[in-house]
Design a protein around this ligand. Structure first.
Ligand code: ZN
Ligand code: ZN
Length: 164
């Protein structure tokens, strides 16, 4: 489904303010699975405001993001919220923030808002204990009893390299 805001006579009236709501999916807005995976729909809600010189679009995206925890390698999900704001002008320029007769295309705006907010580290929870470097047990499930205090620094370097 396309995510377009129609700009007609009603919207052209100075001071116009209205709300919009779309339910879309990652593939529809061009978010690749290697960047972000979502379980369920991507909800987009916001307002369109005619400010005279331009049309101000602000809104919020809500979605459940699925990912693999960087520390314990478990599948995890997080309820995410991303916000966006952009001023659109009517015109035929190649500028991303312009629109033509077919209205304002929200897809690039929503995609950029998601991609620019993705975390560098994916953790199932902020205090994830990760895996035991000796036996590989998920330390969130309980301690394995390994002595992890003495670790070979050369192995630590190797482990970091393997992560990349
Ligand atoms: Zn974890
Ligand atoms: Zn262990």
């Amino acid at each position: 489904m396309e995510m377009r805001l129609r700009i007609g006579e009603r919207e052209e009236a100075l001071g116009y303010k209205g709300t919009f709501r779309f339910e879309t999916a990652a593939e529809t807005i061009g978010v690749q699975e290697r960047d972000a995976r979502f379980s369920g729909p991507v909800l987009v809600e916001g307002t369109l405001e005619n400010t005279g010189g331009s049309f101000r679009v602000t809104g919020e995206i809500r979605a459940r993001r699925a990912f693999v925890c960087d520390r314990c390698l478990a599948e995890a999900e997080a309820a995410e919220r991303y916000s966006f704001a952009e001023d659109f002008r009517k015109g035929a320029s190649d500028d991303e923030a312009s629109f033509g007769d077919d209205g304002v295309d929200l897809a690039p705006l929503v995609r950029d808002a998601i991609l620019s907010s993705l975390p560098i580290r994916n953790l199932c929870r902020p205090d994830c204990k990760g895996l035991c470097p000796k036996c590989g047990v998920d330390l969130n499930q309980g301690d394995c009893g390994c002595d992890r205090e003495i670790t070979d620094p050369r192995l630590a370097v190797l482990k970091d390299l393997l992560k990349k």
